[in-house]
Design a protein around this ligand. Structure first.
Ligand SMILES: Nc1nc2c(ncn2[C@@H]2O[C@H](COP(=O)(O)OP(=O)(O)OP(=O)(O)O)[C@@H](O)[C@H]2O)c(=O)[nH]1
Ligand SMILES: [Mg+2]
Length: 389
């Protein structure tokens, strides 16, 4: 006996479950005339003997493309996996269900895109038959249906050409047995032209699924990124305007911000953000990095300066104490005397002065750099203070 397995897919409400019942010759699937989708969250498979053929049909809930997000994508993927589990030999044909009397809209194209991205780009060309339901509304009596299909224009024509005009019209309401048999025969004939769709096809499509996932998640990621940046900018601004703590704590906080930024950048790279109609977050990351690094340098300079000041005060105090001893020595040139009598202190002063000079030069360079970037006015208060010191 011949076994034919069909997987029915299409936009919600197109008559998918009704078609399943027509194919099986009995009511196995729940149908509804409600405007909302049937609360049919499970995949259901049923078989029936039709002539010399055992037909198995797997009906999955119609696709609702208004709900386009990562979760919808993942749940559709899970439905297909479940369908393949129910039909281990795979499907003789994938049946894409359209309504004859309805326009081929953007929604249908979105559904098709989701199907291709989940089952693989080649699924329409190789494995799909298109069934138009509501055949009772077909009034072009004199024109055979395939001629009507070939006469269509625009996006629907592209789709029909893609499935090589494997199209058949179904009237799910007909009680005429001859008509019922005729449409089933036509579908079975077209199914001999298709390549079976199996688990291995589904596994090969993983790359396409990933790509669609990235396309859907990229605008959401970009929005998250923009919120992250504005939050980071606020934190940096308040660090500049309202900070009352020590420079050491400031530096620690800046290092923490830098770590957060690098972590966020890593996450964005891993999620493979695709270019789209939004500001590229990597540009903002660069700006924030430079901003944090400049602030870190300033805080480090302040810390160095504070430590030099402390050292200087200690040395100065010690020097003053020793100067009373120095008064008992015969009068000589003060520089020579200081160098000879206090070699340690003199060397230390020299080092401090060198240190202060190079620090001052570093601050001047940093100030000039900021000024050149047009940020000198507000960020240079600290730097100016360093230069004056
Ligand atoms: N006149 C006519 N009505 C049809 C035909 N096929 C389906 N319908 C009607 O279309 C409506 C939706 O049919 P369903 O089979 O429940 O559609 P579905 O695509 O499975 O919908 P969901 O599972 O809810 O997404 C029902 O009222 C059916 O009676 C047809 O060939 N002709
Ligand atoms: Mg249904």
């Amino acid at each position: 006996m011949k076994h034919v397995n069909f997987l029915l897919l299409g936009t919600s409400g197109n008559g998918i479950s009704s078609l399943g019942n027509t194919l099986l010759g009995q009511t196995c699937f729940k149908t509804s005339s409600d405007l909302h989708a049937t609360e049919n969250i499970a995949v259901k498979g049923s078989s029936a003997l039709r002539g010399d053929c055992r037909i198995t049909v797997v009906d999955i809930p119609g696709i609702d493309t208004d709900n386009k997000n990562i979760d919808a994508l993942k749940s559709f993927k899970a439905l297909i996996q479940e369908a393949l589990r129910l039909c281990e030999d795979g499907f003789t044909a994938i049946v894409f269900v359209l309504q004859f009397w309805c326009r081929y809209t953007r929604q249908e194209q979105e559904t098709l895109k989701l199907i291709k991205a989940t089952l693989g780009e080649g699924v329409i060309t190789k494995s799909t038959v298109c069934v138009f339901t509501h055949g009772d509304l077909y009034k072009h009596e004199s024109e055979i249906f395939i001629t009507w299909c070939r006469g269509q224009k625009g996006n629907i024509q592209n789709f029909l050409a893609e499935c090589n005009y494997r199209c058949v019209l179904f009237n799910n309401k007909t009680k005429d047995v001859m008509n019922q048999d005729k449409q089933l025969e036509e579908l079975l004939k077209l199914a001999t032209e298709t390549e079976s769709y199996t688990l291995s096809h589904f596994q090969l499509a993983e790359k396409e699924r990933k790509s669609l996932e990235e396309e859907i998640s990229s605008p959401i990621l970009a929005q998250e990124a923009s919120m992250f940046f504005s939050d980071m900018q606020t934190k940096l601004k308040s660090l500049e305007d309202e900070w009352t703590g020590s420079n050491k704590d400031k530096l620690d906080l800046l290092s923490k911000y830098q770590e957060e930024l690098l972590k966020f950048e890593g996450e964005l790279v891993n999620k493979n953000l695709k270019p789209g109609n939004y500001i590229n977050p990597f540009g903002s990351i660069k700006v924030l990095k430079v901003n944090i690094q400049t602030k870190c340098k300033l805080a480090e300079s302040e810390i160095k300066l504070e430590s030099l000041n402390d050292q200087f005060k200690t040395q100065h105090h010690r020097f003053n104490r020793n100067s009373s001893t120095r008064a008992t020595f015969p009068a000589r040139s003060s520089t020579i005397e200081t160098t000879e009598r206090f070699p340690q202190e003199t060397k230390s002063f020299k080092r401090q002065n060198d240190g202060r000079r190079s620090l001052r030069e570093e601050n001047v360079r940093s100030y000039n750099l900021q000024k050149a970037r047009g940020k000198g006015n507000d960020q240079s208060k600290d730097t100016k203070r360093c230069i004056l010191l």
